[in-house]
Ligand binder design. Structure first.
Ligand code: DLL
Length: 434
């Protein structure tokens, strides 16, 4: 099923000509309405009328998260505040949040793209969508909510937290679709089991999971434990919120990025050079239709690659591979680049442990240290010390084989690693700043 046949299956040529028209329009608009862009284009010696082809996009400078911080709160808005009907913000690790504003048309487009996303994931009218993304400044809750209503499904605005009540409602209201972070979906599965309930007594069919990196093995685990199809959804508040890209249920391989609204490039995060199709690098997005806060060549810091081959589902919009993490999440441990998701993929394939883990990075003298704390399950926990030791060595060896670094592994008791209702916190970096 496809929500918007006309746009989702546009032949590439027509799609690209629509993109070019919209690109020229947005570049012109920001140049004339946002002083930051006028200054930055002028500094790069490029005027909006230099954009004759999609390829000319590379002439324009990047926009960074720092640029948004520098223009806090409304400096990058392209319309006066009286045209902004909604404000969201994402909390960064460094002080002030990043603020985004939506015009009425932005909200409509967002709902449209979320409705497309729901349908791509296999949801339809008649579904009961249990929305456990947080409502508030975070874009997850309201973004999914408006899309679910646009689709015509029955949406339950749960928001995050209060896991017992989530389970009661999910069971009694017959929720068929759950929207939340992948880590929270596993927490829910665990809590359902603990309540002595059987997942087969629930009507859940689909999980639309995102807002944090996860792995293919974690998908298998979620699908088995919740008896659902687990679909990866991507987005970021700077660009819109959830629904920038999503997997289709047909292929469950790669996330279609809605290219009539977003232009995607993949660059080398160090040099800023555009990479050939298929190579892994940093995702850069230009918004083509946004009015409130259009962004030109926004560096997302997310690492992925384009999958240019056509998809079996019939959608013509390119796919992005599952995000392997953020370039700023990448840990450099004794010179080796490590993404938490790589460690996750090792852990999740080992029997006897749970997919709840935390990485503690520290420094002893001049040497970086990595400790992997991972929960064992109840059965393993009651095993002999010898068994636990063997398990520790095995994890250590597999991480060493994959990444080439030696780490300390600490098996911890079941339920000791803090569960998150939103994004999981996987890394604690205690190293002093360089
Ligand atoms: O997390 C929006 C969202 C809500 C997406 C609900 C999906 C579902 P922010 O809080 O601004 O917005 O965080 C955006 O989260 O740059 C990625 O690093 C990460 N992220 C989001 N989705 C995925 C995903 C929302 N599917 C940041 N896989 C992004 C990996 C993801 N990382």
């Amino acid at each position: 099923m496809i929500w918007n046949d006309e746009f989702e299956t546009l032949p590439r040529e027509a799609l690209e000509s629509l993109q070019l028209k919209r690109l020229r329009n947005v570049v012109d608009r920001v140049y004339n309405t946002v002083p930051f862009y006028r200054r930055s284009f002028d500094e790069h010696g490029v005027k909006p009328d230099r954009i004759h082809s999609l390829d000319d996009l590379r002439r324009l400078p990047f926009t960074l998260k720092q640029d948004m911080r520098d223009s806090y709160p409304y400096g990058l808005f392209s319309v006066p505040l009286d045209q902004i009907v909604r404000i969201h913000a994402s909390s960064g690790t460094t002080g002030k949040p990043t603020v985004v504003g939506y015009t009425r048309r932005d909200i409509d487009n967002w709902a449209e793209l979320m409705a497309r996303s729901f349908v791509a994931a296999g949801a339809h009218r008649g579904d009961v969508i249990h929305n456990a993304y947080g409502y508030g400044l975070f874009t997850g809750g309201l973004g999914a909510h408006y899309g679910a209503e646009k689709l015509g499904a029955s949406v339950i605005p749960m928001s995050g937290g209060n896991t017992k009540k989530q389970i009661l409602i999910m069971h009694d209201f017959g929720s068929t679709v759950i929207t939340c972070t992948p880590s929270y979906s596993l927490y829910l599965a665990e809590a359902i089991r603990e309540e002595g309930l059987d997942i087969r007594d629930f009507k859940l069919r689909i999980g639309i999971l995102g807002a944090e990196p996860w792995s293919e093995s974690m998908r298998d685990e979620i699908e088995a434990k919740l008896n659902i199809k687990a679909i990866d959804i991507y987005g970021l508040s700077e660009i819109m919120g959830p629904g920038v890209a999503i997997e289709c249920v047909d292929a469950q391989h790669g996330l279609h990025i809605w290219e009539d609204h977003f232009l995607a490039e993949i660059i080398d995060p160090d040099s800023g050079e555009i990479l050939p199709p298929g190579e892994r690098g940093e995702l850069v997005i230009t918004t083509l239709t946004k009015e409130g806060i259009p962004l030109i060549r926004y560096r997302t810091r997310d690492i992925t690659r384009l999958i240019p081959e056509p998809c079996i589902c019939g959608r013509t919009h390119n796919r992005l591979a599952r995000m392997s993490g953020r370039s700023d999440d990448m840990l450099i441990i004794r010179g080796v680049n490590v993404f938490p998701s790589q460690i996750e993929s090792v852990l999740i394939n080992i029997k006897g442990i749970e997919p709840h883990y935390q990485l503690i990075v520290d420094r002893e003298g001049s040497l970086d240290t990595l400790e992997v704390q991972v929960e064992v399950n109840e059965r393993t926990f009651s095993d002999e010390v010898k068994v636990l030791q063997t398990l520790t060595f095995r994890i250590q060896k597999e991480i060493k084989d994959l990444l080439g670094i030696t780490c300390k592994v600490k098996l911890v008791e079941p339920k000791t690693i803090t569960r998150s209702e939103g994004k999981a916190k996987r890394v604690i970096d205690r190293r002093p700043p360089a």
